[in-house]
Design a binder for this molecule. Structure first.
Ligand code: AMP
Length: 397
Protein backbone atom coordinates (compact mmCIF):
# COMPACT_ATOMS: atom_id res chain seq x y z
CA UNK A 1 0.00 0.00 0.00
CA UNK A 2 1.26 3.46 -0.91
CA UNK A 3 0.58 6.81 0.71
CA UNK A 4 -1.06 9.71 -1.12
CA UNK A 5 1.22 12.19 0.65
CA UNK A 6 4.46 10.60 -0.58
CA UNK A 7 3.44 9.18 -3.94
CA UNK A 8 4.75 10.93 -7.04
CA UNK A 9 1.79 11.46 -9.39
CA UNK A 10 3.81 13.39 -12.00
CA UNK A 11 2.74 12.26 -15.48
CA UNK A 12 0.55 9.51 -14.02
CA UNK A 13 -3.15 8.85 -14.56
CA UNK A 14 -4.95 8.18 -11.29
CA UNK A 15 -8.35 6.49 -11.23
CA UNK A 16 -10.18 7.49 -8.05
CA UNK A 17 -13.25 5.73 -6.66
CA UNK A 18 -15.21 8.61 -5.18
CA UNK A 19 -18.65 8.74 -3.62
CA UNK A 20 -20.65 11.16 -5.76
CA UNK A 21 -23.93 9.55 -4.77
CA UNK A 22 -25.46 12.96 -4.00
CA UNK A 23 -29.15 13.80 -3.56
CA UNK A 24 -30.72 15.51 -6.61
CA UNK A 25 -34.07 17.33 -6.82
CA UNK A 26 -36.60 16.96 -9.65
CA UNK A 27 -34.62 19.39 -11.83
CA UNK A 28 -31.35 17.53 -11.17
CA UNK A 29 -29.98 20.21 -8.89
CA UNK A 30 -27.70 18.90 -6.15
CA UNK A 31 -29.45 19.49 -2.81
CA UNK A 32 -26.46 18.54 -0.65
CA UNK A 33 -22.95 18.57 -2.13
CA UNK A 34 -21.12 17.40 1.01
CA UNK A 35 -19.79 14.29 -0.75
CA UNK A 36 -18.46 16.24 -3.71
CA UNK A 37 -16.74 18.73 -1.42
CA UNK A 38 -15.25 15.87 0.57
CA UNK A 39 -13.55 14.46 -2.53
CA UNK A 40 -11.92 17.72 -3.65
CA UNK A 41 -8.70 17.59 -1.57
CA UNK A 42 -7.68 14.23 -3.05
CA UNK A 43 -8.33 15.37 -6.64
CA UNK A 44 -6.57 18.70 -6.09
CA UNK A 45 -3.54 17.03 -4.53
CA UNK A 46 -3.03 14.74 -7.55
CA UNK A 47 -3.59 17.51 -10.09
CA UNK A 48 -1.22 19.83 -8.24
CA UNK A 49 1.34 17.08 -8.20
CA UNK A 50 1.32 16.85 -12.02
CA UNK A 51 -1.04 13.91 -12.45
CA UNK A 52 -4.32 13.56 -14.28
CA UNK A 53 -7.48 12.21 -12.70
CA UNK A 54 -10.21 9.78 -13.75
CA UNK A 55 -13.19 9.86 -11.39
CA UNK A 56 -15.59 6.95 -11.02
CA UNK A 57 -18.68 6.68 -8.82
CA UNK A 58 -22.15 5.28 -8.54
CA UNK A 59 -25.31 7.38 -8.30
CA UNK A 60 -28.56 5.93 -6.99
CA UNK A 61 -29.70 2.41 -7.71
CA UNK A 62 -30.23 1.99 -11.46
CA UNK A 63 -31.97 -1.30 -12.20
CA UNK A 64 -31.12 -2.22 -15.72
CA UNK A 65 -28.46 -0.37 -17.68
CA UNK A 66 -28.46 3.32 -18.54
CA UNK A 67 -31.16 5.48 -16.92
CA UNK A 68 -30.95 9.20 -17.56
CA UNK A 69 -32.07 10.18 -14.05
CA UNK A 70 -29.05 8.39 -12.59
CA UNK A 71 -26.53 9.87 -15.04
CA UNK A 72 -23.49 11.49 -13.46
CA UNK A 73 -23.61 14.12 -16.21
CA UNK A 74 -26.05 15.95 -13.90
CA UNK A 75 -23.22 16.75 -11.50
CA UNK A 76 -20.59 17.66 -14.12
CA UNK A 77 -21.10 21.43 -14.02
CA UNK A 78 -21.15 21.55 -10.23
CA UNK A 79 -17.97 19.47 -10.10
CA UNK A 80 -16.21 21.67 -12.68
CA UNK A 81 -17.13 24.78 -10.68
CA UNK A 82 -16.02 23.25 -7.39
CA UNK A 83 -12.63 22.23 -8.83
CA UNK A 84 -12.26 25.26 -11.05
CA UNK A 85 -11.31 22.81 -13.81
CA UNK A 86 -13.27 22.05 -16.99
CA UNK A 87 -14.01 18.41 -16.16
CA UNK A 88 -14.46 16.09 -19.16
CA UNK A 89 -17.12 13.39 -19.29
CA UNK A 90 -17.22 9.89 -20.77
CA UNK A 91 -20.77 8.61 -21.32
CA UNK A 92 -19.84 5.08 -20.35
CA UNK A 93 -17.34 4.05 -17.65
CA UNK A 94 -15.78 1.44 -19.96
CA UNK A 95 -15.55 1.12 -23.74
CA UNK A 96 -14.03 3.09 -26.57
CA UNK A 97 -14.87 6.62 -25.45
CA UNK A 98 -13.61 6.07 -21.90
CA UNK A 99 -10.38 4.58 -23.31
CA UNK A 100 -9.85 7.41 -25.82
CA UNK A 101 -10.59 10.17 -23.32
CA UNK A 102 -8.37 8.59 -20.67
CA UNK A 103 -5.53 8.19 -23.15
CA UNK A 104 -5.55 11.83 -24.15
CA UNK A 105 -5.58 13.18 -20.58
CA UNK A 106 -2.79 15.65 -19.91
CA UNK A 107 -1.36 16.55 -16.50
CA UNK A 108 -3.97 18.59 -14.65
CA UNK A 109 -6.92 17.19 -16.63
CA UNK A 110 -9.90 15.56 -14.92
CA UNK A 111 -12.30 13.07 -16.51
CA UNK A 112 -15.55 11.90 -14.94
CA UNK A 113 -16.81 8.47 -15.99
CA UNK A 114 -20.52 7.65 -16.28
CA UNK A 115 -22.30 5.82 -13.41
CA UNK A 116 -20.55 2.52 -12.65
CA UNK A 117 -23.82 0.85 -11.72
CA UNK A 118 -25.12 1.11 -15.29
CA UNK A 119 -23.16 -2.16 -15.54
CA UNK A 120 -24.38 -5.03 -13.36
CA UNK A 121 -20.79 -6.26 -13.18
CA UNK A 122 -19.96 -3.42 -10.78
CA UNK A 123 -21.98 -4.66 -7.80
CA UNK A 124 -21.24 -8.28 -8.71
CA UNK A 125 -17.54 -7.55 -8.26
CA UNK A 126 -16.79 -8.87 -11.75
CA UNK A 127 -13.07 -9.21 -12.33
CA UNK A 128 -13.20 -8.64 -16.11
CA UNK A 129 -15.09 -5.39 -15.57
CA UNK A 130 -12.63 -4.31 -12.87
CA UNK A 131 -9.76 -5.03 -15.26
CA UNK A 132 -11.32 -2.77 -17.91
CA UNK A 133 -11.58 0.07 -15.40
CA UNK A 134 -8.03 -0.58 -14.23
CA UNK A 135 -6.68 -0.45 -17.78
CA UNK A 136 -7.59 3.25 -17.97
CA UNK A 137 -5.04 4.33 -15.34
CA UNK A 138 -1.60 3.88 -13.74
CA UNK A 139 -2.64 4.36 -10.11
CA UNK A 140 -5.73 3.41 -8.07
CA UNK A 141 -7.01 5.59 -5.25
CA UNK A 142 -9.99 4.54 -3.14
CA UNK A 143 -11.66 7.53 -1.53
CA UNK A 144 -15.23 6.29 -1.09
CA UNK A 145 -15.64 5.24 2.54
CA UNK A 146 -19.41 4.85 2.15
CA UNK A 147 -18.95 1.85 -0.17
CA UNK A 148 -15.81 0.38 1.43
CA UNK A 149 -17.90 -2.40 3.02
CA UNK A 150 -18.90 -3.68 -0.42
CA UNK A 151 -16.73 -6.01 -2.51
CA UNK A 152 -17.67 -4.25 -5.74
CA UNK A 153 -15.50 -4.09 -8.85
CA UNK A 154 -14.51 -0.44 -8.36
CA UNK A 155 -14.18 -0.53 -4.57
CA UNK A 156 -12.28 -3.77 -4.03
CA UNK A 157 -11.60 -6.06 -7.01
CA UNK A 158 -9.82 -3.37 -9.05
CA UNK A 159 -7.08 -3.02 -6.40
CA UNK A 160 -5.42 -6.29 -7.43
CA UNK A 161 -4.43 -4.72 -10.75
CA UNK A 162 -2.33 -2.12 -8.95
CA UNK A 163 -0.15 -4.13 -6.54
CA UNK A 164 2.39 -1.32 -6.21
CA UNK A 165 0.24 1.68 -7.00
CA UNK A 166 -2.81 1.67 -4.72
CA UNK A 167 -3.71 3.88 -1.81
CA UNK A 168 -6.46 5.59 0.17
CA UNK A 169 -7.47 9.15 -0.60
CA UNK A 170 -7.94 11.76 2.11
CA UNK A 171 -11.59 10.91 2.80
CA UNK A 172 -10.90 7.29 3.75
CA UNK A 173 -7.58 8.24 5.36
CA UNK A 174 -9.33 10.70 7.68
CA UNK A 175 -12.16 8.31 8.46
CA UNK A 176 -9.77 5.57 9.53
CA UNK A 177 -7.61 7.96 11.53
CA UNK A 178 -10.56 9.41 13.44
CA UNK A 179 -12.37 6.14 14.09
CA UNK A 180 -9.19 4.26 15.04
CA UNK A 181 -8.11 7.05 17.37
CA UNK A 182 -11.48 7.01 19.06
CA UNK A 183 -11.67 3.25 19.44
CA UNK A 184 -8.06 2.75 20.48
CA UNK A 185 -7.06 5.88 22.36
CA UNK A 186 -10.26 7.43 23.63
CA UNK A 187 -9.82 9.85 26.48
CA UNK A 188 -12.15 8.87 29.33
CA UNK A 189 -14.98 9.10 30.17
CA UNK A 190 -16.00 7.69 26.79
CA UNK A 191 -19.74 7.86 26.08
CA UNK A 192 -21.54 6.16 23.20
CA UNK A 193 -25.02 7.37 22.37
CA UNK A 194 -26.90 4.81 20.35
CA UNK A 195 -30.29 5.70 18.92
CA UNK A 196 -32.30 5.01 15.82
CA UNK A 197 -35.13 2.64 15.16
CA UNK A 198 -34.07 -0.91 15.79
CA UNK A 199 -31.93 -2.86 18.26
CA UNK A 200 -31.31 -5.57 15.68
CA UNK A 201 -29.21 -3.29 13.47
CA UNK A 202 -27.14 -2.06 16.44
CA UNK A 203 -26.51 -5.19 18.50
CA UNK A 204 -23.12 -6.07 17.03
CA UNK A 205 -21.79 -2.54 17.36
CA UNK A 206 -23.08 -2.22 20.94
CA UNK A 207 -21.35 -5.48 21.87
CA UNK A 208 -18.11 -4.35 20.24
CA UNK A 209 -18.23 -0.97 21.98
CA UNK A 210 -19.14 -2.17 25.47
CA UNK A 211 -15.59 -3.15 26.51
CA UNK A 212 -14.33 0.26 25.36
CA UNK A 213 -16.87 2.74 26.74
CA UNK A 214 -17.66 4.05 30.21
CA UNK A 215 -21.22 5.09 29.46
CA UNK A 216 -23.74 3.73 27.00
CA UNK A 217 -26.79 5.88 26.35
CA UNK A 218 -29.62 4.13 24.58
CA UNK A 219 -32.30 6.23 22.93
CA UNK A 220 -34.78 6.16 20.05
CA UNK A 221 -37.02 3.28 19.08
CA UNK A 222 -34.60 0.75 20.62
CA UNK A 223 -35.58 1.99 24.06
CA UNK A 224 -38.90 0.19 24.10
CA UNK A 225 -37.47 -3.26 23.46
CA UNK A 226 -35.28 -2.74 26.56
CA UNK A 227 -38.21 -1.39 28.60
CA UNK A 228 -40.54 -4.22 27.60
CA UNK A 229 -37.85 -6.79 28.36
CA UNK A 230 -37.80 -5.46 31.94
CA UNK A 231 -41.54 -5.79 32.26
CA UNK A 232 -42.51 -2.21 31.34
CA UNK A 233 -45.71 -1.25 29.50
CA UNK A 234 -44.86 0.33 26.15
CA UNK A 235 -48.27 0.66 24.44
CA UNK A 236 -47.87 0.79 20.66
CA UNK A 237 -44.20 1.84 20.74
CA UNK A 238 -41.74 0.27 18.32
CA UNK A 239 -40.57 -3.08 19.63
CA UNK A 240 -38.68 -6.13 18.44
CA UNK A 241 -40.15 -9.01 20.39
CA UNK A 242 -37.46 -11.41 19.21
CA UNK A 243 -34.78 -9.18 20.78
CA UNK A 244 -36.13 -8.96 24.32
CA UNK A 245 -33.74 -11.61 25.56
CA UNK A 246 -30.85 -9.97 23.74
CA UNK A 247 -31.52 -6.60 25.34
CA UNK A 248 -31.40 -8.21 28.79
CA UNK A 249 -28.09 -9.82 27.81
CA UNK A 250 -26.71 -6.43 26.79
CA UNK A 251 -27.75 -4.98 30.15
CA UNK A 252 -26.12 -7.89 31.93
CA UNK A 253 -22.91 -7.55 29.92
CA UNK A 254 -22.77 -3.80 30.61
CA UNK A 255 -23.08 -4.51 34.33
CA UNK A 256 -20.33 -7.11 34.17
CA UNK A 257 -18.00 -4.72 32.37
CA UNK A 258 -18.76 -1.82 34.70
CA UNK A 259 -20.36 0.24 31.93
CA UNK A 260 -23.08 2.61 33.05
CA UNK A 261 -26.10 2.03 30.84
CA UNK A 262 -28.57 4.89 30.55
CA UNK A 263 -32.10 4.25 29.32
CA UNK A 264 -34.91 6.78 29.08
CA UNK A 265 -37.00 7.24 32.21
CA UNK A 266 -39.73 9.28 30.52
CA UNK A 267 -41.02 9.71 26.99
CA UNK A 268 -43.05 12.01 24.78
CA UNK A 269 -45.96 9.76 23.85
CA UNK A 270 -48.29 10.19 20.89
CA UNK A 271 -51.59 8.66 19.82
CA UNK A 272 -50.42 8.52 16.20
CA UNK A 273 -47.14 8.39 14.25
CA UNK A 274 -47.70 11.92 13.00
CA UNK A 275 -46.75 15.50 13.70
CA UNK A 276 -50.46 16.22 14.26
CA UNK A 277 -50.81 13.57 16.96
CA UNK A 278 -52.00 14.34 20.49
CA UNK A 279 -49.14 13.98 22.98
CA UNK A 280 -48.36 13.66 26.66
CA UNK A 281 -45.13 13.24 28.59
CA UNK A 282 -44.86 10.45 31.12
CA UNK A 283 -43.15 7.39 32.57
CA UNK A 284 -41.46 5.37 29.84
CA UNK A 285 -42.52 2.07 31.38
CA UNK A 286 -46.17 2.98 31.92
CA UNK A 287 -47.19 4.09 28.45
CA UNK A 288 -50.97 4.12 27.93
CA UNK A 289 -52.53 1.47 25.72
CA UNK A 290 -52.55 2.52 22.06
CA UNK A 291 -50.03 5.34 22.63
CA UNK A 292 -46.40 5.22 21.53
CA UNK A 293 -43.15 6.80 22.70
CA UNK A 294 -41.63 8.95 19.96
CA UNK A 295 -39.09 11.07 21.86
CA UNK A 296 -37.26 11.11 25.18
CA UNK A 297 -38.88 13.18 27.92
CA UNK A 298 -37.56 16.17 29.93
CA UNK A 299 -36.16 14.17 32.86
CA UNK A 300 -34.30 11.85 30.45
CA UNK A 301 -32.93 14.84 28.53
CA UNK A 302 -31.58 16.22 31.82
CA UNK A 303 -29.87 12.92 32.70
CA UNK A 304 -28.40 12.33 29.24
CA UNK A 305 -27.06 15.87 29.02
CA UNK A 306 -25.27 15.55 32.32
CA UNK A 307 -23.48 12.43 31.08
CA UNK A 308 -22.56 14.12 27.78
CA UNK A 309 -21.32 17.21 29.64
CA UNK A 310 -18.93 15.12 31.69
CA UNK A 311 -17.56 13.10 28.77
CA UNK A 312 -14.18 13.49 27.10
CA UNK A 313 -15.00 11.26 24.12
CA UNK A 314 -18.44 11.03 22.54
CA UNK A 315 -19.69 8.77 19.78
CA UNK A 316 -23.19 9.46 18.50
CA UNK A 317 -25.03 7.07 16.24
CA UNK A 318 -28.75 7.44 15.67
CA UNK A 319 -31.39 9.99 16.75
CA UNK A 320 -33.07 9.56 20.15
CA UNK A 321 -36.53 10.34 18.75
CA UNK A 322 -38.46 10.85 15.54
CA UNK A 323 -36.57 14.10 14.93
CA UNK A 324 -37.94 14.42 11.40
CA UNK A 325 -41.20 15.59 13.03
CA UNK A 326 -41.04 18.88 14.92
CA UNK A 327 -43.13 17.55 17.82
CA UNK A 328 -40.59 14.80 18.52
CA UNK A 329 -37.28 16.50 17.75
CA UNK A 330 -36.52 18.12 21.10
CA UNK A 331 -34.53 15.19 22.50
CA UNK A 332 -32.34 14.78 19.41
CA UNK A 333 -31.88 18.53 19.02
CA UNK A 334 -30.89 19.00 22.66
CA UNK A 335 -28.46 16.07 22.49
CA UNK A 336 -26.90 17.55 19.32
CA UNK A 337 -26.36 20.92 21.01
CA UNK A 338 -25.03 19.24 24.17
CA UNK A 339 -22.44 17.35 22.08
CA UNK A 340 -21.41 20.61 20.41
CA UNK A 341 -21.09 22.23 23.84
CA UNK A 342 -18.98 19.35 25.21
CA UNK A 343 -16.77 19.58 22.11
CA UNK A 344 -16.25 23.28 22.79
CA UNK A 345 -15.04 22.35 26.26
CA UNK A 346 -12.48 19.97 24.77
CA UNK A 347 -14.21 16.64 24.23
CA UNK A 348 -13.62 14.65 21.03
CA UNK A 349 -16.95 13.96 19.30
CA UNK A 350 -17.59 11.69 16.35
CA UNK A 351 -20.97 11.64 14.65
CA UNK A 352 -21.68 8.66 12.44
CA UNK A 353 -24.53 6.84 10.83
CA UNK A 354 -26.93 8.45 8.36
CA UNK A 355 -29.58 9.88 10.63
CA UNK A 356 -27.45 11.43 13.34
CA UNK A 357 -25.42 13.07 10.57
CA UNK A 358 -28.69 14.36 9.08
CA UNK A 359 -29.61 15.69 12.54
CA UNK A 360 -26.26 17.43 13.05
CA UNK A 361 -26.64 19.05 9.62
CA UNK A 362 -30.26 20.01 10.29
CA UNK A 363 -29.19 21.98 13.37
CA UNK A 364 -26.18 23.53 11.60
CA UNK A 365 -23.67 21.93 13.99
CA UNK A 366 -21.42 20.04 11.55
CA UNK A 367 -18.46 22.32 12.24
CA UNK A 368 -19.10 22.38 16.00
CA UNK A 369 -18.30 18.69 16.47
CA UNK A 370 -14.90 17.03 16.02
CA UNK A 371 -15.69 14.70 13.12
CA UNK A 372 -18.69 13.80 10.99
CA UNK A 373 -18.30 10.42 9.31
CA UNK A 374 -19.16 9.99 5.62
CA UNK A 375 -19.96 6.29 5.93
CA UNK A 376 -23.29 4.96 7.18
CA UNK A 377 -23.23 1.17 6.82
CA UNK A 378 -19.46 1.14 6.32
CA UNK A 379 -18.89 2.99 9.58
CA UNK A 380 -21.17 0.63 11.48
CA UNK A 381 -19.41 -2.44 10.09
CA UNK A 382 -15.99 -0.96 10.82
CA UNK A 383 -17.05 -0.20 14.39
CA UNK A 384 -18.40 -3.73 14.74
CA UNK A 385 -14.79 -4.78 14.26
CA UNK A 386 -15.30 -6.21 10.77
CA UNK A 387 -12.62 -5.98 8.14
CA UNK A 388 -14.09 -3.99 5.22
CA UNK A 389 -13.25 -5.49 1.79
CA UNK A 390 -12.38 -2.08 0.30
CA UNK A 391 -9.95 -1.35 3.14
CA UNK A 392 -8.44 -4.83 3.09
CA UNK A 393 -7.89 -4.68 -0.69
CA UNK A 394 -5.71 -1.58 -0.35
CA UNK A 395 -3.81 -2.85 2.67
CA UNK A 396 -3.16 -6.31 1.19
CA UNK A 397 0.27 -6.93 -0.27
P1 AMP B 1 -31.67 4.11 12.22
O1 AMP B 1 -31.59 4.15 10.75
O2 AMP B 1 -31.85 2.74 12.79
O3 AMP B 1 -30.57 4.90 12.89
O4 AMP B 1 -33.06 4.81 12.60
C1 AMP B 1 -33.29 6.17 12.40
C2 AMP B 1 -34.76 6.41 12.50
O5 AMP B 1 -35.23 6.03 13.77
C3 AMP B 1 -35.16 7.85 12.32
O6 AMP B 1 -35.81 8.00 11.10
C4 AMP B 1 -36.08 8.13 13.50
O7 AMP B 1 -37.26 8.79 13.13
C5 AMP B 1 -36.39 6.76 14.00
N1 AMP B 1 -36.77 6.76 15.43
C6 AMP B 1 -36.12 7.35 16.44
N2 AMP B 1 -36.80 7.20 17.59
C7 AMP B 1 -37.93 6.51 17.31
C8 AMP B 1 -39.05 6.05 18.08
N3 AMP B 1 -39.12 6.30 19.38
N4 AMP B 1 -40.01 5.37 17.43
C9 AMP B 1 -39.92 5.13 16.12
N5 AMP B 1 -38.90 5.54 15.33
C10 AMP B 1 -37.91 6.21 15.92
Amino acid sequence: MQNIEDYNFKGKKAIIRVDFNVPLDGDFNITDDTRIRAALPTVKKIVKNGGSVILMSHLGRPKDGHEDKFSLKHILKHLSNSLNIDVQFANDCIGEQAIEKSKSLKPGDVLLLENLRFHKEETKGDEGFAKKLASLADVYVNDAFGTAHRAHASTTIIAKFFPNDKMFGYVIGNELKNIDNMLQKAEKPFTAIMGGAKVSSKIDIIKHLLPKVDNLIIGGGMTYTFIKAQGGKIGNSLVEDDKLEMSLEIMELAKKLGVKLYLAVDAVCADDFSNDANTYEGDVSKIKDNWMGLDIGSETIKQFIEVINNSKTILWNGPVGVFEMEKFEKGTKTIAFAIAEATKKGAFSLIGGGDSVAAINKYGLADKVSYVSTGGGALLEYMEGKELPGIKAIRAE
